[in-house]
Design a protein around this ligand. Structure first.
Ligand code: NAD
Length: 485
């Protein structure tokens, strides 16, 4: 199969080009590792430099392109995604593993994000300020930064790039986009959508390859004025420390997201929040629920209900209709999750799951059954470290104060949820939880496209938010103008 796999090229300076390395790497289907989805360019520093050069040369003209003309291109790219949603969803599921319906939703949502920024950027302006001098007009104007780099992970391989690239382009910047090597095809489709929409050469450049080969080149160049990165805390913090001081960064990183279950909560609903928040996408969402802090008085009932629900979940290839969980995204993920399951068994009570599936239909994929642990102490690895897999850790709490203290006892602060019917707890939780996304009777996962998104503590650099209007703020700089007569 691998010999006949399509070779996908980089997009540099408006041309689909091969890497000067002459090498490619394989994009593998995690549901069936015999299936090579495509070959992608194993780019090297010279390719990265060509992309930076192209983006730099294109900037002057793009910055002067009227915002309505930019919007026409961005909307056309959205049309392309929408009209190809079914085929692209098949491709996304094939390379990443998530159920087909979720892939389709992600593509349509990405188109919506493009349309949102095509409109929002048209009314994104500066401010005017009162001045004592009647002959002086004081105002701010926003302008693009220049060349920006967008680096993204494999778990939402089109919606995360879309929410970074659309505001960057609409604000007048030129872009270098590097997708994850585990799901580069849908990123390629996004670049293709812009190319066929008529984006001028060099305004959006798409480059694939290993972070160890091109990572430094696309982040450390002083020509790159900003980096929007989503991925692991280790990689994000490394990049943040390595770039010139003049480079603006936006780092959306890991999480260890808690769900608090109070004794006044509707327990069936709380189970729903735990299962949807913790196990959809096979637990591979940055905002996925990972720790469940449940009141001792309802712990037994809640846990029994949760285990029953987990038993009923269906696991299988994302292309099979009705599956709740697909495979994990790659071998590293599989090994890491199995390692956490083993440590969970040593450090807490194992209730269900965590086995690799190897029987018929599963033997060539990275399948693991969802796992639930209880009596998880705060010192356990599965309590403290981001697992990024279908593993739920239950810890009991004695009251609200104990719950909030435990919820905040983490280096991360991406998302957090509480299940309660008590307005007092709702209010206190929103006030006291150390997380950038706060959910009350909602899953830790999921965010709307028109509101800011980002984490606190080590889940984000806490510089700029992305999504919504905040996305445009990141990609623009402010000048204060004093105009006299
Ligand atoms: P990763 O950090 O391994 O890789 C993310 C991207 O960064 C990839 O494209 C990778 O090639 C690139 N990269 C890695 N090191 C680099 C370097 N030194 N220079 C330049 N590029 C580099 O993460 P992953 O395994 O793809 O994704 C999983 C992680 O992403 C999890 O930790 C998860 O929590 C996080 N994530 C966070 C959010 C969020 O919004 N906060 C969303 C999704 C995923």
């Amino acid at each position: 199969m691998s010999e006949s796999a399509t070779v996908f090229k980089n997009l540099i300076a408006g041309e689909w080009t091969e890497s000067v390395s002459g090498k490619t790497f394989a994009n593998i289907n995690p549901a069936d590792t015999r299936d090579v989805v495509g070959q992608f360019q194993a780019s090297v520093v010279a390719d990265a430099q060509a992309a930076i050069q192209a983006a730099s040369s294109a900037f002057a003209q793009w910055r002067r392109t009227p915002v309505t003309a930019r919007a026409r291109i961005v909307n056309k790219a959205a049309d392309w995604l929408e009209s190809h949603a079914d085929t692209f969803a098949q491709e996304l599921t094939r390379e990443e593993g998530k159920p087909l319906a979720q892939s389709r939703d992600e593509i349509l949502r990405s188109a919506q994000v493009l349309r949102f920024y095509a409109v929002e950027a048209q009314s994104f302006t500066g401010e005017t300020f009162p001045s004592d001098d009647p002959e002086q007009h004081v105002y701010t104007q926003r302008e693009p930064l220049g060349v920006v780099t967008v680096i993204t992970p494999w778990n939402f391989p089109i919606s995360i790039p879309a929410r970074k690239i659309a505001p960057a382009l609409m604000a007048g910047n030129t872009v270098i986009f590097k997708p994850s090597s585990d799901a580069p095809l849908i990123g390629y489709r996004l670049a293709e959508a812009f190319a066929q929409a008529g984006i001028p050469a060099g305004v959006l450049n798409f480059i694939t390859g290993r972070a160890s080969d091109i990572g430094a080149a696309i982040t450390e160049s002083p020509v790159v004025r900003a980096i929007s990165f989503t991925g692991s805390t280790a990689a994000g913090e490394h990049i943040h420390r390595s770039v010139p001081i003049t480079t603006r960064t936006q780092m959306e990183l890991g999480g260890k997201n808690p769900l608090i279950v109070m004794d006044d909560a509707d327990l069936d609903r709380a189970v729903d929040l735990a299962v949807k928040g913790g196990l959809s996408l096979s637990g591979q969402a940055c905002t996925g629920t990972s720790r469940i802090l449940v009141m001792e008085s309802v712990r037994e009932t809640f846990t029994a209900k949760l285990v029953e629900r987990v038993k009923s979940l269906k696991i299988g290839s994302g292309v099979t209709p009705g599956m709740d969980l697909g495979p994990l995204a790659n071998r590293k993920q599989l090994e890491s999750v199995l390692g956490y399951v083993a440590s969970g068994k040593e450090q807490s009570t194992h209730l269900i799951g965590g086995e690799q599936l190897t029987g018929e239909g599963f033997e060539h994929g990275y399948y693991v059954t969802p796992a639930v642990f209880s009596d998880v102490p705060e010192s356990a690895r599965i309590y403290r470290e981001e697992i990024f897999g279908p593993v739920l850790a239950i810890t009991s709490v004695t009251g609200y104060d104990d719950a909030i203290a435990k919820a905040n006892d983490t280096e991360y602060g991406l998302s957090a949820a509480i299940a309660t019917s008590n307005p007092r707890y709702m209010h206190r939780f929103a006030d006291e939880i150390e997380a950038g996304t706060v959910k009350i009777n909602r899953t830790t996962t999921g965010n709307v496209i028109n509101a800011p998104f980002g984490g606190l503590k080590r889940s984000s650099t806490s510089t700029f938010r992305e999504s919504g209007r905040a996305g445009l703020e990141f990609y623009t700089q402010i000048k204060t103008v004093y105009r006299g007569l």
